[in-house]
Design a protein around this ligand. Sequence first.
Ligand code: FES
Ligand code: FES
Length: 211
Amino acid sequence: MSYRTKIPSEARRNFLRGTAAGTASIGLLAHGVSAQTPTQAKALPKLADFVPANARATIKLSVNGKQRMLSVEPRTTLVEALRDTLGLTGTKIGCNHGQCGACTVLLDGRRTNACLVLAVAANGAKIVTIEGLAGPAGALHPMQKAFAEKDAFQCGYCTPGQIMSAVACIDEGHAGTADEIREYMSGNLCRCAAYPNIVAAVEMVRDARKG
Ligand code: FES
Ligand code: FES
């Protein structure tokens, strides 16, 4: 049959229905969801189905060396708890989706996107934010000094996250070369494109540590 052969409109509609259903099933199966006919499909559960509307949890965090007790909603993220409950607004929110690194803090020594962690999941953890880097008398951390000295920012919005990530990058031993620094700092985006100067600041601190 030539592709130009006229197909009865009823047959064409049935074919398209079947194709659409098949495509949807393949998509669902690819995501580990079993295919269901429309009559079997159930509405997805909502958070309110599991958690009472006014539910709150009390959590304990060590933040910048101080023990803090917080009352948070189950849906509160760590970055919201730090900024809104503790007033530590140095940690920024950029994408709120784990893509930009603006919210980077150290959680039990590891750099972490605080927008991706529920505050309740961080219960008992040790958190260091940008406010916790300076010395007791306010002396800047060497990485903060290096960012200032190397002009490693323009608008400064990404800078707290960049600095937290840079501190961890060196501690992890991932600052051997400029390429390695770029690779291991690639989770922190800078819309002002201060990247060359950020790399220079990390190199400066790395070299100073070597003595
Ligand atoms: S705000 Fe958390 S990664 Fe962008
Ligand atoms: S300095 Fe502006 S986003 Fe990085």
